[in-house]
Write a protein that binds this ligand. Structure first.
Ligand code: IMP
Ligand code: MG
Length: 168
């Protein structure tokens, strides 16, 4: 495996993202919606850096089976426990790859009438898009490589690595 983003670079970026988001929401409460499992570490660090009041909830979506290839299908395997209606909602994603997962979740949540709905993704692989989707906040734009670490896995392994690595 090859290190492409160090722990320190991730920390700096998460702090920067939290600063941008906090400024945009200007003291208003934000409901962070983490997409399990990949976003769990990013979400925990982002939440701690936020300067506005936050609440947290999680969804679990499955779009990948095992391995490194997308099935192209999405299902909610665990839904939110809180209502998003009238709230400022921020979807927290680990990575946007084909865009299918993020687009699906965005449309599902929008239909529940939040006050606002935005997306933050730590990583973005625009070269892999199969549907057009743009996150409002992106940490790092990367090449078309399968990456692990900082929450991202390959067959459930490597989520605990502090940096981001390309699997060779
Ligand atoms: P998408 O629907 O193709 O955009 O895929 C989104 C989900 O696939 C992400 O939330 C990840 O869980 C997973 N995924 C996509 N690319 C990678 C990768 O390079 N490493 C690990 N997981 C990935
Ligand atoms: Mg994921």
């Amino acid at each position: 495996m090859k290190l492409i983003i160090t722990k320190q670079e991730v920390e700096r970026k998460v702090k920067w993202l939290a600063g941008q988001i906090s400024r945009d929401f200007a003291g208003r409460e934000v409901l962070l919606v983490g997409v399990l499992k990949g976003a769990f570490i990013f979400m925990a660090d982002l939440a701690r850096r936020m300067k506005t009041p936050v609440k947290v909830d999680f969804v679990c979506l499955a779009s990948y089976g095992s391995g490194t290839r997308s099935s192209g299908r999405v299902k909610i395997t665990k839904d939110l426990e809180t209502s998003v209606r009238g709230k400022n909602v921020l979807i927290v994603e680990d990575i946007i790859d084909t865009g299918i997962t993020a687009q699906y979740l965005f449309h599902r949540l929008r239909s529940r009438r939040p006050r606002s709905l935005r997306t933050v993704a730590l990583l973005d692989k625009p070269g892999r898009r199969r549907v057009s989707f743009r996150a409002d906040y992106v940490g790092f734009t990367i090449e078309d490589h399968f990456v692990v670490g900082y929450g991202l896995d390959c067959n459930e392994e490597y989520r605990n690595l502090p940096g981001i690595y390309v699997v060779k």
